[in-house]
Design a protein. Sequence first.
Length: 67
Amino acid sequence: MSGERVSEKKRKMAERCLECPVCRHARKKQRGPVFWFVRTIEGDLCPWCKAYEEVYGRKAHEPLPGK
């Protein structure tokens, strides 16, 4: 993020995305129908995926760094 401060509400929403079994599976496996589903819906429908992108600077389906 370019120096912007992220609200506590956004951080809690992003944390929910980290705990989401569907998003977690997509980040881990990087293939298959669950990955396609998360990649397709994250920007349009899911507020937790949007918050994840805003807080962490990466899409909800992208793997965590160092993993």
